[in-house]
Write a protein that binds this ligand. Structure first.
Ligand SMILES: [Cu+2]
Length: 512
């Protein structure tokens, strides 16, 4: 199935999924946005928490829902296999409670990218040559490329609606490498949730969504009976190669003549950074009595992380196809993450040495005008497997600082094991003078945030979930180039605050 099967659950449920790999190479599955309290064993990123599930073997994964409510998703987390292995997780309120909004029907809308070749071959070849990976050849809505491609006209997503009804669209961005604008012709949309948490209703005529994010939006069929295109159009504020096609489906009133040409929405242009930012900065958590915000205000751990696209020199006796004959690379605090040979969780839990270093720096190793003219700054990063150690229950603030190295662009930063509050965001270099402008009342509570091109973003969370948690750019090519790191949140002193034991069938790394 493409997209894969939906999982439906209620808040607080525990879900068991028996994952059997019938594909030709190893794979892992991640439950994106599920906190998995004290249980990183099922989190999924390969070589971080587990090794791949081998062909023709199974792993019974336990997905522990706690506070999550709304839309999340699951996807493969090995190489680029998530391109085609993904699906929705729909989490309803527990019985006896209700949604903080009204709707008549809900529909899942998965935006994805389709590649012409096996995505494992694409990224393996790109990493070997140092060059750019193939671009996708189409974007799809619920598996349909739509009528902007030379495919069958039948292959378009149609949502048939009834005049006067309100529809809850659960939008999931499962694409690999492009952020997206979305809108429906002549209809306003109201964003009411994101990443498994509620938002204050935000009325808009477009949204911007990054890979890794989910958004719950309401749309009411309150216009003249007709056919209206719903369009996803890429946001690409970079000079890196990008797929600039659009994909569209049809929002059509049930009573209408289906031969009419639908109307098109007006969406921001593909390089419109200000429209992307203007949407994102309006997001606010609901912060109601039933769904209060609990923003950490007594920070005990401050971390600043630069987010960069880099180059590595071409190895001797090799030809590389990256910029000026080099190899593409990417880094956090100038460290380009390198996968270990056994999982970091396995090594951490069993006290196995020499798998990773505990020396990820709390601040950039050297300071420059990060978002200015960087032509005199070397672009080489250190390739290493570094983790950031965090004490249990620390109140953590991370300042992400984009840099102008390589091809600057928006980076959707994603953290496993946590959602976090986005308390500040802006252009240019971060400055302490921005602290007084933080939103500590109702900032959005999300698992993925778009760090603006040549800008900064500040997030906060309480480190109440011990374990080994991956943090990375959700643009897959950047993650593959090393724009990633690992947080190890230590156990607390109480028996209740420790990582639980592993399951019996955990895919360890020896022999896989
Ligand atoms: Cu990125």
């Amino acid at each position: 199935m493409f997209p894969g099967p939906e999982i439906h659950a209620h808040k607080g449920d525990t879900i068991w999924v028996n994952v059997t790999n019938t594909g030709p190479y190893g794979v892992t599955i991640h439950w994106h946005g599920v906190r998995q309290i004290k249980y990183p064993w099922s989190d999924g990123p390969e070589y971080i928490t587990q090794c791949p599930i081998a062909t023709n073997s199974s792993f019974l994964q336990k997905i522990i829902l706690t506070e999550e409510e709304g839309t999340l998703w699951w996807h493969a987390h090995s190489d680029w296999t998530r391109a085609t292995i993904h699906g929705a997780i729909i989490i309803s309120p527990v019985n006896g409670t209700s949604y903080p909004y009204k709707f008549d029907e809900q529909h899942t809308v998965v935006i994805s990218e389709w590649y012409a070749r096996d995505t494992k071959d694409i990224i393996d070849e790109a990493l070997a040559s140092g060059g750019d990976p193939d671009l996708s050849v189409a974007f799809t809505i619920n598996g349909h490329p739509g009528d902007t491609y030379s495919c069958s006209d039948d292959s378009i997503y149609n949502l048939t609606v009834v005049q006067g009804k309100t529809y809850l669209l659960k939008i999931i961005h499962a694409g690999l490498n492009e952020e997206m604008f979305f809108g429906i012709a002549e209809h306003n949309i109201t964003v009411v949730g994101m990443d498994g948490a509620y938002l204050k209703p935000l009325n808009t005529n477009y949204l911007m969504i990054t890979p890794g994010q989910t958004m719950d939006v309401l749309v009411t069929a309150n216009q003249t009976s007709g056919r209206y295109y719903m369009v996803f159009s890429p946001f690409t504020d970079t000079n890196a190669p990008s797929n600039n096609n659009v994909t569209r489906g049809i929002f059509q009133y049930s009573s209408y003549n289906q031969s009419e040409t639908p109307a098109l929405p007006e969406l921001p242009g593909s390089t419109n950074k200000s429209d992307a930012g203007n949407f994102t900065i309006q997001l606010r958590s609901l912060n109601s009595a039933e769904h209060p915000s609990t923003v950490p205000t007594s920070i005990t751990r401050n971390v600043t992380i630069t987010v960069s696209v880099n180059q590595q020199p071409c190895p001797a006796n090799q030809t590389c196809t990256g910029p000026d004959g080099s190899m593409h690379s990417a880094s956090l605090n100038n460290i380009s993450f390198s996968n270990p040979s056994i999982s970091i969780l396995q090594a951490y839990y069993n006290n196995i040495n020499d798998t990773y270093n505990k020396t990820f720096p709390d601040s950039p190793p050297f300071v420059f005008d990060f978002t200015g003219n960087v032509s005199a700054i070397g672009e080489v990063a250190n390739v290493s497997t570094e983790v950031l150690m965090i004490d249990h229950n620390d109140e953590v603030e991370i300042i992400f600082q984009g840099t102008n190295l390589g091809a600057a662009e928006n980076h959707p930063m994603h953290l496993h094991g946590y959602s976090f509050y986005v308390v500040g965001m802006g252009d240019g270099n971060f400055s302490d003078s921005y602290i007084s402008d933080y939103n500590l009342v109702d900032p959005p509570y999300v698992n993925t945030v778009g760090l603006p091109k040549n800008g900064w973003t500040v997030i906060r969370f309480k480190a109440d979930n011990p374990g080994v948690w991956f943090m990375h750019c959700h643009l897959e090519r950047h993650a593959s180039w090393g724009m990633a790191m690992v947080l190890v949140v230590k156990n607390g002193v109480n028996e209740d605050d420790r990582v639980l034991p592993p399951p019996d069938d955990f895919p360890t790394c020896s022999g896989s």
